[in-house]
Design a protein around this ligand. Structure first.
Ligand SMILES: N[C@@H](CCC[C@H](N)C(=O)O)C(=O)O
Length: 322
């Protein structure tokens, strides 16, 4: 079967987008999982952190489903939602859209460039909850805030929050990638604490409303960035008084930079506005046989060198801020 794909990234958290809105490929979930595991493989295929499936919705303008590179389907993806937002608004010829995701219908909007000439979108991340049952995390109290999880680490303190996918966040003075990888892997093995796994982020405060975040993503591993994790980290630094909801937080990551604005809600609780790039890399066509996925062939159609060039400038700027 022939499938059109679009390779994209948000802060170099990279995704393959498959448009099931305009094309009836007749895929079932087993096939979506097979496509994801095959195509995300960085050694033998295109390589990506996940696949975004764009579908029709009877509740919103369109629906986004995200599959992690291991084939699992999480509740949400912040960087992916910006890309889905760009794709859907371009398809519908609008500047904003409501996108159905697993737990909520969320607004996406084209907005001012985050840096010179970058396709920029903002998405509202939520519902946000600190209730441990929403991740879930097995814990003796209703929330887990700034608390040591002895099975994970004897000295690091974590805060648990669902965005609504599950996150734990720790604030550190220095981020070491091998430690993020080790703790992230372990957190996803201790099923008696995190039965559905968890995204693990290490956050360094850089002062002046800037933070650096590195994440071990459930179902993927270390990624260049994770949108929901950067939103969660901005929120937690606001709650700790390090940052302030009135001021956008600049979040640096290994793939560049985004900005997050924490919104306290009238009814209590929070949502987070995540603003950043939605960059197209290339399009192409796949020849995919589900009985022989390893034999998939890919034919490149169009590249977007101008978008990559602009993004490289943002990346260089972000490195300078560090
Ligand atoms: N990269 C994403 C999050 C993707 C889902 C995550 N791996 C999970 O399993 O919850 C983002 O930008 O938020």
């Amino acid at each position: 079967m022939k499938i059109d794909i679009l390779k994209t990234h948000g802060s170099y958290n990279d995704f393959i987008l498959i448009d099931e809105y305009s094309n009836d490929y007749g895929l079932n979930d087993e096939q979506r999982t097979s496509l994801t595991r095959t195509l995300c493989d960085r050694c033998h295929s295109i390589g990506a952190d996940g696949i975004l499936f764009i579908q029709k919705s009877d509740k919103a303008d369109a629906r986004m489903r995200i599959f992690n590179s291991d084939g699992t389907e999480p509740e949400m993806c912040g960087n992916g939602l910006r890309i889905a937002g760009r794709y859907i608004t371009e398809l519908l010829g609008t500047d904003n859209a409501v996108v159905e995701t697993q737990k909520a219908n969320l607004n996406v909007q084209k907005t001012d460039s985050i840096y010179e000439d970058i396709q920029t979108y903002e998405v509202l991340i939520g519902p946000v909850s600190f209730d441990v049952s929403t991740l879930p995390v097995i814990h003796s109290e209703n929330t887990l805030q700034n608390t040591v999880i002895p099975k994970l680490s004897p000295d690091l303190s974590f805060t648990a929050v669902s965005m609504p996918n599950p996150h734990i966040i720790t604030l550190v003075n220095e981020i070491r990638e091998n430690q993020v990888a080790k703790i992230g892997k372990k957190a996803n093995e201790i099923k008696d604490v995190f039965p559905k796994g968890v995204n693990v982020s290490f956050v360094k405060d850089l002062g002046d409303s800037k933070i650096f975040v590195q994440t071990y993503e459930r179902g993927v591993g270390i990624t260049n960035s994770c949108g929901t994790a950067m939103s969660a980290s901005s929120l937690i630094t606001c709650l700790l008084g390090i940052n302030h909801p009135e001021k956008e937080v600049t979040v640096l990551n290994n793939g560049g930079m985004v900005r997050c604005k924490v919104n306290p809600l009238e009814q209590g609780g929070y949502s987070v506005l995540l603003r950043g790039n939605a960059t197209y890399v290339f399009t192409g066509t796949l020849d995919f046989d589900f009985s022989q996925p390893e034999k998939a062939e890919f034919y490149l159609e169009e590249e977007f060198p101008q978008e990559e060039e602009s993004y490289l400038k943002l990346e260089a700027y972000a490195k300078n801020v560090l």
